[in-house]
Write a protein of this length. Structure first.
Length: 157
């Protein structure tokens, strides 16, 4: 019987990534021509770790940083989001083991500053962590967003 991988094992599993590929097929209809970087999970985690208290970053900003790093046209939207989710769960696993310094995943938001319901503890936990760092969270329709996103973004310095 195969044991289920922990979140930290999933985060460390590089799967021969990063890799830069030509944009083709269905992707080219949405993203145009050029290249896409498929990052490694640890690359996404490293960017998330650099976001200081009181600041936030969005998945799109992470994708832009990865594209620049690898001289690609875009960062892969699907894998970047999945790897941020894995990093969040790996960090929570570390916290549950008593580690104090973990990846501050709650500072990584969806496009437009939307909180991520798939992070550990859902919207409620992410909202509480962000509010404890001085952010105001607004409800717009069914979504929760960080107020004054431009000012809060790490790139906005």
């Amino acid at each position: 019987m195969r044991l289920k991988k922990s979140w930290r094992q999933k985060l460390a599993d590089g799967k021969d990534l990063p890799r830069v590929e030509k944009i083709s097929g269905k992707m080219s209809k949405r993203w145009g021509e050029g290249t896409v970087v498929i990052p490694s999970p640890l690359e996404v985690d490293e960017i998330m770790k650099r976001v200081p208290r009181g600041k936030v970053i969005t998945i799109n900003e992470i994708r832009s940083l990865l594209a620049r790093k690898h001289e690609a046209t875009i960062g892969c939207p699907l894998t970047t989001g999945i790897f941020a989710w894995i990093a969040a769960h790996a960090a929570e696993e570390e916290a549950n083991d008593g580690r104090k310094r973990i990846t501050p995943y709650w500072r990584t938001l969806k496009t437009g500053g939307i909180l991520n319901e798939k992070y550990p503890g859902g919207i409620k936990a992410q909202r509480e962590k962000l509010q404890s760092e001085g952010h105001r969270i607004l409800k717009k329709g069914g979504k929760y967003i960080v107020e004054n996103l431009r000012r809060a973004l790490i790139q906005g310095d």
